[in-house]
Design a protein around this ligand. Structure first.
Ligand SMILES: [Zn+2]
Ligand SMILES: [Zn+2]
Ligand SMILES: [Zn+2]
Length: 86
């Protein structure tokens, strides 16, 4: 039995497409001036990704941050059950 946890996701404004909110160096990235920056600030790429990312887009529009209820599966996959309206 696994518990549901609240996570952050990006959701397309036009369809149901979801993306997990990115982490860097073990913590969620920070939203700064329309981009996502590692909590440690801009630094040399590590953790297999850049420390600064543009906000994700879908259908030509910037995706919106939502909270969602998800289940963390044993294989480290995240199963999103329900997107909460903000
Ligand atoms: Zn879309
Ligand atoms: Zn980092
Ligand atoms: Zn790192």
């Amino acid at each position: 039995m696994s518990e549901k946890v609240e996570i952050m996701v990006f959701k397309c404004v036009s369809c149901d497409y979801l993306e997990l909110y990115p982490y860097h160096c073990g913590r969620p990235m920070e939203l700064q001036e329309e981009r996502l920056v590692c909590w440690r600030g801009e630094h040399k790429p590590c953790c297999n990704s850049s420390s600064v990312l543009p906000l994700p887009q879908h259908h030509g529009e910037t995706m919106k941050i939502h909270h969602a209820l998800a289940e963390l599966l044993p294989n480290k996959q995240v199963l999103i059950h329900e997107v909460l309206e903000n």
